[in-house]
Design a protein around this ligand. Structure first.
Ligand SMILES: Nc1nc2c(c(=O)[nH]1)N[C@@H](CN(C=O)c1ccc(C(=O)N[C@@H](CCC(=O)O)C(=O)O)cc1)CN2
Length: 297
């Protein structure tokens, strides 16, 4: 028997509400003759998931009144050509935000590309300058979109975090590491005691089962099982894997890092996949782009 009633943390609904407030702010800017936010997105290759995510970003821009420019390159594009384009966008005063969709093909250095983007236009928040500013708790920092989206999701749904033990599964630069910093900050949401777990962690089940909040970001479908979760925990699922499924029109189904069927009945709150963290990532990116535009006023 489960003691608590599980509630879905609806990322789609929360993202819509956030995007609506940004849309109102953009309309106000337009009415007063101020600059409209402009996002430039670069997509390399034909990875289906990356195409879906970039298209969602362009669609979100259109819906809230941003200007968007989509720049597409073939898989074989040279690193130099990509870096030249980034330089051009850095110098283009009409552009407020630049993102390069990840992952990139193996012949292109993601690090070089990220560092080539002007920190002031790095709305993905991946540039070392923004990471440093985030660690220092500086308000000017652009926070990486997925962890920022999760913080917004916790905030908008009034999830208590102060003093809680949060376990972050995964130590990637774009999710796990920044997530652990944001949750430990002296903010609301925040003020958690954070444990970061990874592939070398010992006693993982024991650590997870002590967590009040679990953020699963390891990219292994249905990794988090019921026996690893404490009754009443808050579970945030960052994973999105496409598994072949001939019964679906798309030919695949989306699966998170959490075994939702098993885990959900034990949780106080849990994010679904799809419709959880994904839409919040887009909403956070739009907020960063808006902020960049306002910074230029
Ligand atoms: N430059 C970046 N690259 C990548 C990032 C990023 O933040 N910046 N994060 C991920 C992918 N990502 C954003 O780009 C992303 C992932 C998922 C979603 C999303 O809305 N997912 C939907 C399902 C969509 C589907 O049908 O597949 C959902 O969860 O409901 C948006 C953005 C890696 N790369």
């Amino acid at each position: 028997m489960h003691l608590c009633k599980m509630q879905l943390l609806d990322g789609k609904k929360t993202a819509k509400a956030i995007l609506n407030t940004v849309k109102i702010d953009v309309a106000q800017r337009a009415a007063t003759g101020k600059k409209i936010p402009h996002l430039a997105a670069i997509l390399v290759g034909t990875n289906g998931a990356s195409q879906t995510y970039v298209n969602s970003k362009v669609k979100a821009c259109n819906e809230i009144g941003f200007i968007s420019t989509l720049i597409e390159y073939e898989e074989e594009v040279s690193e130099m050509k990509l870096l030249d384009k980034i330089q051009e966008l850095n110098e283009d005063m009409s552009v407020d935000g630049i993102l390069v969709q990840l992952p990139l093909p193996a012949h292109i250095s993601e690090r070089k590309v990220i560092e080539a983007i002007a920190a002031s236009k790095d709305v993905d928040g991946f540039h070392p300058e923004n990471i440093g500013r985030m660690i220092m708790g500086e308000a000017e920092a652009f926070i990486p979109a997925t962890p920022y989206g999760i913080m917004l999701l916790l905030e908008h749904n009034n999830i208590p975090t102060k003093g809680k033990h949060a376990v972050v599964l995964g130590r990637s630069n774009i999710v796990g590491r920044p997530m652990s910093i944001l949750l430990s900050n002296n903010t609301n949401p925040g003020n958690c005691t954070v444990t970061v777990c990874h592939s070398r962690t010992q006693n993982l089940n024991e650590i997870c089962s002590q967590a009040d909040i679990i953020v699963a970001a390891i990219g292994q479908p249905e990794f988090l099982k019921a026996e690893m979760v404490k009754e009443g925990a808050v579970v945030i699922d960052v994973g999105i894997t496409r598994l072949e499924d001939a019964s679906k029109k798309s030919g695949y189904r989306l699966v998170g890092d959490v075994d939702f069927e098993q885990v959900a009945p034990k949780c106080s709150f849990i994010t679904p996949v799809p419709g959880g963290v994904g839409p919040m990532t887009i909403a956070a990116l739009m907020k960063n782009t808006y902020k960049s535009c306002v910074n230029g006023d």
